[in-house]
Design a protein around this ligand. Structure first.
Ligand SMILES: NC(=O)c1ccc[n+]([C@@H]2O[C@H](COP(=O)([O-])OP(=O)(O)OC[C@H]3O[C@@H](n4cnc5c(N)ncnc54)[C@H](O)[C@@H]3O)[C@@H](O)[C@H]2O)c1
Length: 433
């Protein structure tokens, strides 16, 4: 694996791996592995009916050849140059996709170095205040749709992780937020300006980073007002994906956990950005919430009352996009006897994230057409820190999240919802809902 240089080019690793991947699949060069919309199947009706359908046959999703990609970045190079630079995919594959990838040139970004301290680039918009920048993004969206003859658009945030910004007074309502945009309120981050612009254009918005945006009351209010779906936050890919598989298993067996130590080495630009303590704080918040919820110490003080959860990310350039994550889990069982589990996941960050970005784009588009508005909790399956309506606890267990997703697709298509009770097979009347 060649070393990545510190120079920056074009769009991000996740975005270019998504674009290149879709183009490769369209040309029959590779399979869309990891994408539920492309490969997933679900059961319909009773088990005795033996009725199984592919997800994309059950619900009317846009097909890959109907998609046109576009985006913004602070670096102006095309997706072809950026994909070569990211070094996620083989040079040979990227070269074979040069023609479609060269057509994707990033629009000028809304950027503020205060929010992403490790990078700076020239392809940036100027405006007299943040409202004017939002207007420019809105105009970009309208132009893109028009120039590419699109029926609809979806926005998936795959840009850098910003410095952690908890909500302030300005984020409490649409009115205060809009005033904040006009007043250039310093607590409004670029990603929030994109979120606002998307929702105002009735473009469904999914947040793939841990940046705080769709969680904020102003965005949830605006999404209701504009009848637009929103979802987030932070793609659930490597280590957290494993956590939401292993942790519910331990809890379901009532095994105690004294500590969970997670560390990562990562050498891509995301790793470089996360090397800044402010950006890392955003990631730490989204990564640690998972275990707090699954191992509720209020419900199980004997099992999880003293849980120590530590998450570290170390920027280590030689690894590029090929992250290595280690987990040491100190568990205890019957009569308190201690045991350990070690997980060493040698993963590829953007290879895991790209299919999630694709699924979110297709499902968010579907949600828009199904007249869903506001937070789309049924898409929690894809996020490290899923957003739910205020007051509702969040579901982190991956298999429960999948059941929720599947049942929502059944609901959209008037298929029977499946509760896995299964007593009717044994002659017990389950009664009406
Ligand atoms: N497995 C994964 O790769 C994974 C998992 C979960 C979340 N994420 C998140 O997805 C995001 C993208 O990850 P990546 O590996 O592609 O990172 P990357 O650094 O390769 O790409 C991010 C891109 O965003 C651009 N950018 C920064 N601020 C911008 C702005 N305001 N407007 C427009 N462009 C801007 C950067 O120039 C860069 O090209 C990060 O926030 C990351 O934390 C990634």
């Amino acid at each position: 694996m060649p070393y990545l240089t510190k120079s920056n080019k074009g769009m991000g690793a996740v975005a270019t791996t998504l674009y290149a991947g879709v183009e490769a699949v369209k040309r029959g060069l590779a399979k869309p592995i990891g994408s539920y919309t492309q490969m997933g199947q679900l059961r319909l009706g009773k088990r005795t009916e033996n009725r199984v359908k592919f997800v994309n046959e059950l619900v009317p999703l846009a097909s890959l050849d109907q998609i046109v990609f576009g985006g913004w970045d602070i670096f102006p190079e095309t997706a072809y140059e950026a994909a070569l630079h990211a070094q996620v995919l083989d040079k040979h594959l990227v070269e074979s996709l040069k023609e479609p990838l060269s057509k994707i040139r990033p629009m000028a970004a809304v950027f503020d170095h205060e929010f992403v301290k490790r990078i700076n680039g020239p392809n940036v918009k100027k405006g007299k205040n943040k409202m004017e920048l939002a207007e420019q993004l809105r105009a970009d969206i309208r132009n893109f749709i028009k120039e590419n003859n699109c029926d609809r658009a979806v926005m998936v945030w795959c840009a850098s992780t910003e410095v952690y910004t908890p909500p302030t007074a300005v984020h409490q309502s649409v009115k205060t937020f809009e005033q904040g945009l006009i007043n250039n309120d310093p607590s409004i981050s670029p990603s929030q300006i994109y979120t606002y612009a998307a929702i105002k254009e009735r473009v469904p918005y999914a947040n793939g980073s841990p940046n705080v945006s769709v969680e904020m009351p102003c965005m949830q209010e605006l999404a209701q007002e504009m009848a637009t779906p929103i979802s987030g936050s932070d793609f659930k890919t490597g280590q957290t994906l494993m956590k939401t598989v292993i942790a519910p298993g331990l809890r379901n067996r009532l095994l105690g956990v004294a500590g969970w130590y997670s560390t990562n080495i990562l050498g891509n630009r995301d790793g470089e950005v996360l090397d800044d303590p402010g950006s890392f704080k955003s990631k730490e918040v989204s990564k640690t919430g998972v275990l707090t919820e699954i191992f509720s110490k209020e419900k199980y003080p004997d099992l999880y009352g003293d849980l120590h959860h530590v998450v570290r990310i170390n920027y280590y350039p030689p690894r590029g996009d090929n992250k290595e994550g280690w987990d040491n889990i100190d568990i205890f069982g019957w009569l308190g006897y201690p045991m350990q589990i070690k997980v060493n996941f040698l993963c590829r960050d953007s290879i895991l994230a790209a299919p999630i970005a694709l699924d979110l784009a297709l499902f968010m588009d579907l949600a828009g057409r199904a007249k869903m508005r506001g937070v789309q909790e049924w898409l929690s399956f894809y996020f490290k820190a899923p957003v739910a309506k205020p007051g509702l606890t969040v579901e982190h267990d991956l298999s429960v999240q999948l059941l929720k997703l599947e049942n929502t697709l059944r609901f959209f298509t008037n298929e029977e919802l499946i509760n896995h009770l299964g007593l009717t097979y044994y002659g017990v009347d389950e009664g009406e809902e």
